[in-house]
Every structure is written in structure tokens, then in C-alpha cells.
Design a protein around this ligand. Structure first.
Ligand SMILES: O=c1[nH]cnc2c1ncn2[C@H]1C[C@H](O)[C@@H](CO)O1
Ligand SMILES: [Zn+2]
Length: 364
């Protein structure tokens, strides 16, 4: 029996999330409270419901640059230890409530030092929030520290990733506007991380095409690709014929390079036209190492369960597909290998098995 999973059942499935921004996942009510406490007066409205709607609507511009403008309000209220620890705690709680068992949540420490916090204080506050929220609500959260690609602080942030690697920081990332800011601007940071045997992912192939993906992999040595949707530009699809992969697409598939796909976010920024036309359908059928993610739960008004459910509706996916995406994500995480195996064999596989066979009669 493999009935179409409902949203309610998907929420119960033990899920894994690799691409989620801390400053893109605040609760609207928390933004309002933090703004009041800190004297931040830039919010477009102080009614939490209207604020949630405002974020979702403003993020629908079809441009990554415009989408990123909305972050000024979340970052604006995340400037103290208390605010950072609270936002991290609540993120862990919200993810656990959505049935996420392991998450890698990212943010850019350099954006949170406006009121005098050091980079170290920022990292420690977020780690504290994840640790406590994860313990109280039953989810394991690893942190990725992000450097902003238009700035020049990537080496410092990479050093931070290495310094806190045994305290919960599992990797590094670069984010921000992609066009005009190639990943090779940060080559020294990536080379340093490689010498340190550290893990990193790079936002690439979202608002810019194949050259960005090629640089991220072949020059910078990325372990994973944030989004990577534009890899379809290197796949020729003709009616009635088998899709033909170019050299870069073949390399990404052969090397099992994980794609952190974020369907709703891609539609908002114009990287894909609709869920039904999202490249994830083709890439999944070609067996790329695809994972499903939220990117920014606040800006997209979404959750990991909702992203999965949209895919179920658009592509007719069943439990086996959802399990495949989830095992892909767990295999691709930056967590210690034995912990990944434990979660796959001890939590994910049994959890999906139970949901898949729910309602069917036991064999006598
Ligand atoms: O999808 C994205 N692409 C590029 N940059 C992004 C995306 N979502 C969030 N960001 C940026 C804005 C945040 O302030 C920063 C760190 O989380 O990362
Ligand atoms: Zn992102």
C-alpha cells in the first residue's frame, strides 16, 4: 500500500532539512516583540498576521535581489545575544513541531554585530539557542555559518567555522546576490577550509547559471550546491528522447553532489516558473542527489512538510519518493558519518515504513 501522503501524515514523517536560513525563519510575532524591546522602528506593520503576509508578498517579486531586501527587518531585530538565542530556540521548536529530526540551519554572523556583539558572541548565542531548543523539543540542529558574497569577510567566517566545529558548527556557506559575485571571489576561504578538512556548501545556480555552478564545484570544491536549479541548462530534453546530460551535469550526477532544492523560494525569486515546472521533477527522475528544503520559512510562508506536500501534488510522489529525498538529505549532511547512519537506520527508515503501511492489516 502506498497511498498519496497527506500533509498531516507528512508532518509525522521524520524529515531532514539541509538548507534553512535562521534570519529567514522567524515567527512574525517574535519579530514584533523583538522590535518593540529593541526600539527597532522600521517594521512595515506591527500586527503579526499582516507582517507574515507582508513578508510573503514582498518576497514574490521574481528577483533574488528584491527578495533579499526583506531580510533587513529580520536582521534588524537580531542584534543582541538574547534575541539571537531566542530566535534559534524557536527555530528548533518550529522545526521539531514540523517533524524535522535533523536540520542544518545557516545565518551570516557578520550581519549581527551592529550593536557591538563580536562574531564569537553571535555564534555562541545561536549555538546556545539551538542546543536548548533542540534538547527541549527533540531535534538535532547543526549550524552553518554563512559569509555574504558581496562582502570581503569570508576568510574570517571560515576561520569561525573551524574554531567552532566541535561546538555545533558543522559547515560554511556563502549567500547573497549571485549575479556579479562569483564564488571565486572567496577562493582563499574555500582553500583554507579544504586544508582544514572542513565542509562547505555554496549558493550557486539560483540567480545565475552554469558558470556559477562550475566555479563552485571545480574551483572552490563545494561539497553541496545551494539550489543548483540551473544545472538543467546543461541537460538537453527533446520529445520522445532520453535527456542528454552535458559534461557539468554528468559530473554533478556522477559525483553524487547534493542539490539543496527549495521549490517555493525558487518560484518567488524567478528561478523556476511553478512547482509543476520545477526542475526537481526531471532531476529526481534522472537520479541526481536531490534534497528538498525550505530556504526561508517566513519569506515563503512554508515548512518542510508543505514543500513535500506541494511536490506530492505536482508530481504524484508517494512515500518511497519522500523517503528517498530524506535519505539523500541525511547522507549529504555534514554530520559525523556514524550519526548519519544511526539516524537513517534507527529513525528515518522505520518512521517512513510505519507511515507507508499505516492502515494496512498485519500479515497473519
Ligand atoms: O536563496 C537565497 N539566496 C541567496 N542568499 C540568500 C537566500 N536566502 C537567504 N539569503 C541570504 C539573506 C540572509 O541574510 C543571508 C544569511 O542567512 O543569506
Ligand atoms: Zn538559501
Amino acid at each position: 500500500m502506498d497511498e498519496r501522503p497527506t500533509l498531516e501524515d507528512i508532518r509525522r514523517a521524520p524529515k531532514v532539512l539541509l538548507h534553512d536560513h535562521l534570519d529567514g525563519g522567524l515567527r512574525p510575532a517574535t519579530i514584533v516583540e523583538l522590535a518593540r524591546e529593541s526600539g527597532y522602528d522600521g517594521l512595515p506593520t506591527t500586527d503579526p498576521d499582516s507582517l507574515g503576509t507582508w513578508f510573503a508578498e514582498m518576497s514574490n517579486s521574481g528577483s533574488l535581489e528584491r527578495y533579499l531586501e526583506t531580510f533587513s527587518h529580520t536582521v534588524g531585530v537580531m542584534q543582541t545575544r538574547e534575541a539571537l538565542a531566542r530566535v534559534a530556540y524557536e527555530a528548533a521548536e518550529d522545526l521539531a513541531r514540523d517533524g524535522v529530526v535533523y536540520a542544518e540551519v545557516r545565518y551570516a554572523p557578520e550581519l549581527h554585530t551592529r550593536e557591538g556583539l563580536t562574531l564569537e558572541q553571535v555564534v555562541e548565542a545561536v549555538l546556545e539557542g539551538f542546543e536548548k531548543g533542540g534538547r527541549d523539543h527533540g531535534v538535532k540542529v547543526g549550524t552553518l555559518v554563512t559569509a555574504m558574497r558581496h562582502q570581503a569577510r569570508s576568510m574570517e567566517i571560515a576561520e569561525l567555522a573551524v574554531r567552532y566545529r566541535d561546538a555545533g558548527v558543522v559547515g560554511f556557506d556563502i549567500a547573497g546576490a549571485e549575479a556579479g559575485y562569483p564564488p571565486t571571489r572567496h577562493l582563499d576561504a574555500f582553500e583554507y577550509l579544504q586544508r582544514e578538512n572542513a565542509h562547505f556548501t555554496i549558493h550557486a545556480g539560483e540567480a545565475f547559471g552554469l558558470p556559477s555552478i562550475w566555479q563552485a564545484i571545480q574551483w572552490c570544491g563545494a561539497d553541496r550546491l545551494g539550489h543548483g536549479v540551473r544545472i538543467i541548462d546543461d541537460i538537453a530534453v527533446a520529445d520522445g528522447q532520453k535527456p542528454k546530460l552535458g559534461r557539468l551535469a554528468a559530473y554533478v550526477r556522477d559525483k553524487r553532489i547534493p542539490l539543496e532544492m527549495c521549490p517555493t523560494s525558487n518560484i518567488q525569486t524567478g528561478a523556476a516558473k511553478s512547482i509543476a515546472e520545477h526542475p526537481i521533477g526531471l532531476l529526481r527522475s534522472l537520479n541526481f542527489r536531490v534534497t528538498v528544503n525550505t530556504d526561508n520559512r517566513l519569506m515563503s510562508g512554508t515548512s518542510l512538510s508543505e514543500e513535500f506536500h506541494k511536490l506530492v501534488e505536482a508530481f504524484g510522489y508517494g512515500w518511497d519518493d519522500l523517503r528517498w529525498f530524506t535519505v539523500n538529505a541525511m547522507k549529504s549532511s555534514f554530520l559525523d558519518f556514524s550519526e548519519r547512519l544511526e539516524l537513517i537506520n534507527g529513525v528515518i527508515k522505520p518512521g517512513f515504513e510505519q507511515l507507508k503501511w499505516r492502515g494496512s492489516r498485519p500479515v497473519a
